[in-house]
Design a protein. Structure first.
Length: 190
């Protein structure tokens, strides 16, 4: 294609696009033209019968801060290229988008991406606590709720130490119902 994409050491092919089901990420390098991308997408849609939803398009500029700011200001990667349409959202510094379960962007707050999950775990554990489960039941609930809601994001995003500490506190409070002096160490339950 006319798109350069990125050369990644140790990978034979250049990175231009990743596709999974109906999610697509395209990696345009400085010098690549948005117009060329649109032509490729139009040809692909014509051949496949698919429809590309340009209104869902999000741009995360990659490169120096100066280049990223220039992309946001001009709404284009290269002088002489056509600007992104008004429906195309260009992500600001610290703003992320979710792609295949990972939160990606420039200078994003890795703890903030965990807030919804921590809140969901807290709510689930509060609901389960109302049932009065015994210690073995609590262990199973923690495996199901906490592990089930954190494993994938931990794998793709990593888990900040502060998030781990908060989750450990949620687990400890659920197991011992807030008891300041638990009858046994938490690591003996695992």
């Amino acid at each position: 294609s006319r798109l350069n994409g990125y050369i990644i050491p140790g990978i034979e092919d250049k990175l231009v696009a990743t596709l999974f089901a109906d999610d697509t990420a395209v990696y345009l390098k400085q010098g690549d033209k948005y117009k060329d991308l649109l032509e490729i997408l139009d040809a692909w849609c014509l051949a496949s019968g698919a429809k590309f939803n340009i209104n869902k398009t999000e741009v995360i500029p990659i490169g120096s801060l100066e280049f990223r700011n220039e992309v946001r200001r001009t709404r284009r990667f290269t002088d002489g290229d056509e600007p992104f349409g008004q429906s195309v959202k260009i992500k600001e510094e610290g703003e992320c988008c979710r792609y295949l379960g990972a939160y990606i962007g420039n200078k994003i707050d890795n703890e903030a991406v965990w807030e919804k999950i921590i809140e969901s775990i807290r709510n689930s554990l509060q609901q389960w606590a109302k049932c009065g489960p015994k210690i073995d039941g609590k262990r199973l609930i923690i495996s199901m709720i906490v592990a089930g809601k954190t494993q994938y994001l931990t794998r793709v995003q990593g888990m900040p130490t502060e998030v781990l500490t908060r989750l450990q506190n949620l687990i400890r409070n659920f197991i011992w119902q807030g008891d300041v002096y638990p009858p046994m160490a938490l690591n003996r339950l695992y």
